[in-house]
Design a protein around this ligand. Structure first.
Ligand SMILES: [Zn+2]
Length: 212
């Protein structure tokens, strides 16, 4: 557990005191309404007008949007598999949505070489310095075992909803793929590595990745 996780966890109940529940319940969901912890986080992060209609975007809708627009330039969008779902589960989406990170070394021998799952706060996980030192440790471990390293992957969760919001004849998308800061951090870390670095952001709808 990191200090950030503990701090966010302890202060989490205070957030509920400020929630505008009237506003949350005045909006309409098309399709299944996501869990309350994620809905509350959405309303905290984004200004959503009263009486808006919300559509939860799934992997297929995101792919259609990617094909028709330039929103996700350079990002590879894939459906979540067992690993991504396991990390989402560890992000406590129903109770206390927070980020978790897992660093792994992909190798030609297909052996499992990965870090523990680190828990961060609601909007932050590991520092760049921690990630770099963890990568070095794992690469050393892989080399010692005689493995051929192909790629290093830093996967982390973005425990936030992706939606289409419609209100007063207007509409806007809310996406949660790789952020500018994710890409900048990955770019800086990659310059110190001898292997390609994949950064991956996992949302409840899909996972987004880029190779540096
Ligand atoms: Zn991120």
């Amino acid at each position: 557990m990191t200090t950030q996780y503990l701090l966010d966890f302890l202060l989490y109940p205070l957030q509920w005191l400020n929630f505008d529940f009237k506003k949350i319940f005045s909006t309409t969901w098309r399709g299944e309404r996501p869990g309350m912890a994620l809905v509350a986080k959405l309303f905290k992060d984004v200004d959503i007008p009263e009486d808006a209609t919300l559509y939860h975007l799934d992997h297929d809708s995101l792919k259609v949007i990617q094909e028709g627009t330039a929103y996700f330039y350079g990002q590879i969008i894939k459906e979540n598999g067992p690993l991504e779902n396991c990390l989402l589960e560890k992000s406590s989406l129903k109770f206390f949505p927070h980020e978790v990170v897992l660093i792994s070394i992909k190798n030609s021998q297909n052996e499992l070489v990965c870090s523990e799952v680190y828990h961060g706060g609601q909007y932050w996980c590991r520092s760049e310095e921690n990630i770099r030192s963890e990568i070095n440790k794992l690469c050393f471990k892989a080399r010692k075992r005689g493995l051929t390293i192909e790629e290093i992957e830093v996967a982390h969760t973005h425990p936030s909803l992706e939606v289409l919001v419609e209100y007063s004849g207007e509409s806007k998308f809310i996406f949660n793929g790789l952020s500018k800061s994710d890409k900048e951090t990955a770019h800086r870390i990659a310059t110190f590595l001898d292997f390609p670095l994949r950064i991956k952001a996992i949302t409840p709808s899909a996972n987004y990745s880029m190779l540096f």
